[in-house]
Design a protein around this ligand. Structure first.
Ligand SMILES: NC(=O)c1ccc[n+]([C@@H]2O[C@H](COP(=O)([O-])OP(=O)(O)OC[C@H]3O[C@@H](n4cnc5c(N)ncnc54)[C@H](OP(=O)(O)O)[C@@H]3O)[C@@H](O)[C@H]2O)c1
Length: 344
């Protein structure tokens, strides 16, 4: 793979810090790296591959002489800087939801639809973290026995909201254990020792935007516009890794044994499923690991063509930073960096 010059917008954030670690772990081939964040972090030092680097404030000039710009800050930052970066000649890999459903933007989980990258026009997007782990576990089954319907309930960690939410959970838990009150500022209610059936804002149809992302993004990534999907997204007081209880209806019946066999052969998926020894995926174990873990695979007792399962994955890794880096690796492998003809 060729060496390239990269910029990381949001390098100081929850995803950004994990991103820098994974760059090292995978020995991602870059010749130059620019760490970018908000004005607040300007001048801050961070170490990448043993080298101390200085974080800069993101400006319109930040993308000059950059081949790949990873943007992992917020929707507003992506909306502002992605077109500027593309104009400057950089391919953007974006973590926000801003461009995901744009038909010109590939929305990619490389194990599933890396080929979609060949049509990029300067921006590629990663999915929402709850979508990524679900499609990683469902796509291998869908390939051999098309899925008709998905019902999913999520148990999402606070790091999915970012650094401020991790700090809020720590602070609230400490205060409550000392008999003090918990003040909520990131979420509308206390998150410590609580569960919130509310992620992102509510829509007119009664679902939240987070739930609707799962519906639309799953269909786009799996190229399956007709799958019926209903999601309930819930925030739980866990630092890292999202968990999901998923019920699917397939075209034909499938045994749990066959599902385990198919899943255990899919790259990036690990079956952890032995109820007799209380073995199943849990967020504490998945944190810091790259795989998507699947367990509790069983027949859905309410549907002869149904299966039920439990899916857990580190939202900061496969749910964000790792997926973005895998996309960049595919871009380099397939020689798909931005060229003037692609921008048209
Ligand atoms: N967390 C997840 O599990 C997850 C999963 C998938 C996608 N995402 C997406 O990834 C992005 C980052 O999420 P996060 O959880 O890492 O959030 P975070 O911890 O709040 O970090 C936000 C980052 O954005 C930077 N930033 C804020 N305002 C900026 C500005 N005006 N210009 C440039 N940089 C700015 C911050 O810099 P300062 O340190 O200077 O404030 C920080 O580096 C979001 O778009 C999120 O939707 C997150």
């Amino acid at each position: 793979m060729q060496n390239c010059r990269i910029a990381v917008v949001g390098a100081t954030g929850a995803v950004g810090r994990v991103f820098l670690k994974i760059l090292e772990e995978r020995n991602f081939p870059f010749s130059d790296i620019r760490l970018l964040a908000s004005k607040r972090s300007h001048g801050k030092k961070m170490v990448v591959k043993g080298q101390e680097l200085t974080v800069e404030e993101t400006t319109r000039e930040s993308f000059r002489d950059i081949d790949i710009a990873f943007i992992s800050a917020s929707g507003a930052v992506s909306r502002l800087y992605a077109p500027i970066a593309v104009e400057a000649g950089a391919l953007v890999i974006d973590d926000s939801s801003v461009f995901r459903m744009d038909p010109r933007v590939p929305l990619v989980v490389p194990e599933i639809n890396a080929d979609d990258l060949t049509h990029h026009r300067g921006i590629a997007a990663i999915p929402n973290c709850s979508t990524t782990q679900m499609v990683m576990a469902l796509y291998p089954l869908h390939r051999v026995n098309p899925i008709k319907r998905i019902i999913v309930d999520t148990y999402q960690s606070v790091s999915g909201t970012g650094t401020a939410a991790i700090e809020e959970l720590k602070l609230q838990a400490g205060n409550i254990l000392q008999g003090a009150d918990a003040k909520a500022s990131v979420y509308p209610h206390q998150i410590a020792f609580n569960v919130l059936p509310h992620i992102d804002s509510f829509m007119d149809n009664g679902y939240t935007k987070e739930e609707w992302k799962m519906v639309e993004e799953t269909r786009k990534i799996m190229h399956a516009p007709d799958i019926a999907i209903s999601a309930t997204c819930v925030r739980v007081p866990v630092y890292t890794s999202h968990s999901e209880a998923v019920h699917i209806e397939l075209t034909d019946p499938m045994s749990p044994e066959e599902a385990r066999e198919i899943l255990s052969r899919f790259p990036g998926v690990k079956v952890v499923d032995d109820p007799s020894s209380n073995t199943y995926p849990m967020p504490w174990d998945a944190a810091g690991r790259d795989d998507v873990f699947v367990g509790r695979i069983r027949r859905d007792a309410s549907n002869p063509r149904g299966l039920a399962m439990w899916i857990v994955s580190d939202n900061l890794r496969k749910g964000a930073a790792l997926d973005a880096i895998q996309i960049a690796e595919e871009i380099l492998k397939r020689d798909l960096l931005l060229t003037p003809s692609r921008r048209r």
